[in-house]
Design a protein around this ligand. Structure first.
Ligand SMILES: Cc1ncc(COP(=O)(O)O)c(C=O)c1O
Length: 499
């Protein structure tokens, strides 16, 4: 396949405060003091230092900035993040929230509460849990929800002083040990065994009357699925502890397994990953946290309750802690609701199948490339929706690192891949995740670009090391990013720094 020609736009775009002119306007609003709504004591005596521009000037400014973002324009196989297409229908659904204030009485926002409840029901059926909250603004926030519920649950049983430890594994997402530690638990991190996941013996050695919970993802950060997970959960429960399933990597097992059927007490899904909602610059996130009826009294309120077709809000009696305001990032809940409804049960199952099929297709081709190996190559069980690879051999042969390769791939309009969360167990790691949205041609193109860059690394390593060449910036120096003397996050701070 021939590689596409690509060059990012490069503008000398000033800050918005440096363009426009006094008196320019996009819209004319009545002066606040002429409405009589702002009490005299609260009125400004001098106008704010805001930029003054016409509407086209504003639009063109942001268009140019959007052309300099360095990414999200090509095939994006950002592993552990399950990048999905965010359909327009989701935006339409989210727009319905405009004009609704979360503090309105429940009877005036029945439609909104019905959608929240609808998504709650769908996630219940996908997980087997009894109740969901969408208050957490991301996966780490949902892990935090679990940590504080664990604390409250054991305290209610008089075991808080005794149960002081949370067990996790080396290839769990760092938010699991981090939230456990922040909630005051001691963290036991299990190392990996020969199959790529910790052995049952390691778990048994860590478990005891002082165990408060297990927090684990499966498949893990490397894409390795632990087939002994049911036995893990059984042992954890037998020790009187809680079992929490970090389901961030849900795509490959969606509709195939249910956290509750495996014995888990609670789980989380990322609406901004698996459920078609935008992430990062596309909008805020939601970590959907679900648990059993036994843990539900400790959930953060308010929760939506349905009584014969009417919806009301309820705060659980022993709420462990409030995680965010109101019901969370509701526009994202609406998008996920629209996406899940549009997919239907069959669509969800097909998406999961496709993600596993495409990953295994990719794996076959990637492992034919010089310098590419798989993590735990001796392990024969297939990876599900994602595989971690290593460019360690390429690095030894050429001095070209996984980051250099990533930068050079961006020259062909390919979005940067994911390397690995810390720690880097595999040398020069990279973790692409195909998901279900890309076609076979897209996946082939992505691999063709990688093959080209690897070939180039062996022929002309400096060309790869000095990449990107076709992007808006080549490389940011650490000095610019890390030294607060060189950056400012507000116009006022920038002006101060300029003297
Ligand atoms: C397995 C796993 N758990 C938790 C998280 C944290 O999610 P978030 O970035 O939404 O806080 C991630 C993010 O990549 C993850 O991969």
């Amino acid at each position: 396949m021939s590689l596409r020609r690509y060059h990012a736009a490069r503008w000398d775009e000033p800050l918005i405060h440096q363009i426009g002119a006094p008196g320019r306007r996009g819209q004319h609003f009545p002066l606040a003091d002429s409405t009589g709504l702002v009490p005299a004591g609260l009125q400004r005596t001098s106008p704010p230092d805001l930029p003054e521009l016409s509407e086209p000037e504003v639009l063109n400014h942001f268009l140019r900035l959007s052309q300099e973002t360095m990414g999200m324009i090509g095939v994006s196989l950002f592993g552990t993040c399950t990048m999905k297409y965010n359909p327009r229908v989701g935006e339409q659904a989210a727009r319905r929230l405009a004009g609704v204030h979360p503090a309105q009485p429940a009877e005036t926002m029945q439609g909104m509460l019905a959608a929240v409840h609808g998504l709650d029901l769908m996630l219940r059926s996908l997980s087997g849990m009894d109740r969901f909250t969408f208050q957490a603004a991301g996966g780490a926030d949902a892990a935090w929800t679990q940590a504080v519920i664990t604390r409250a649950f054991h305290a209610a049983r008089g075991q808080r002083q005794q149960r002081t430890k949370i067990i996790t594994s080396l290839q769990s997402h760092p938010c699991n040990p981090a939230t456990a530690a922040t909630a005051g638990f001691e963290v036991i991190t299990l190392p990996l065994g020969e199959n790529g996941y910790p052995s049952l013996d390691m778990l048994k050695a860590a478990l005891g009357p002082d165990t408060a919970a297990l927090m684990i993802n499966n498949p893990d950060d490397m894409g390795v699925y632990n087939p002994e997970i049911m036995e893990w959960v059984r042992l954890v429960k037998q020790a009187g502890a809680l079992a929490f399933y970090d389901h961030a990597n849900f795509n490959g097992v969606m509709t195939k397994i249910r956290a509750r059927d495996l014995g888990f007490d609670a789980c989380m899904f990322m609406l901004h990953k698996t459920f078609g909602v935008s992430k990062g610059g596309g909008g805020p996130a939601v970590g959907a946290y679900g648990c059993t009826a036994e843990l539900a009294p400790f959930m953060p309120g308010p929760l939506v309750v349905e009584d014969s077709g009417t919806y009301r809000l309820e705060t659980p009696p022993q709420q462990a802690a409030k995680v965010r305001e109101y019901l969370g990032n509701l526009q994202q809940v609406f998008k996920a609701y629209a996406w899940t409804q549009a997919m239907g049960a069959e669509g969800l199952a097909e998406a999961s199948d496709l993600s596993v099929l495409l990953n295994n297709y990719m794996e076959k081709r990637l492992l034919t490339l010089r310098g590419v190996t798989r993590s735990h190559p001796e392990q024969t069980s297939p990876r599900l929706e994602m595989t971690r690879y290593s460019l360690g051999i390429l690095f030894e042969d050429t001095g070209v690192s996984a980051v250099d390769v990533q930068n050079r791939m961006a020259d062909f309009g390919i979005d940067a891949f994911w390397l690995s969360h810390e720690p880097w167990i595999v040398p020069q790691p990279f973790t692409p995740e195909a998901g279900e949205m890309w076609s076979r041609e897209d996946i082939d193109y992505w691999i063709d670009v990688l093959a080209h860059v690897i070939d180039e690394a062996y022929r002309d390593p400096e060309r790869v090391r000095s990449a990107p060449h076709n992007q808006v910036v080549a490389k940011l120096s650490d000095r610019d990013i890390n030294d607060p003397a060189n950056w400012a996050t507000t116009w006022a701070a920038w002006q101060r720094k300029q003297g």
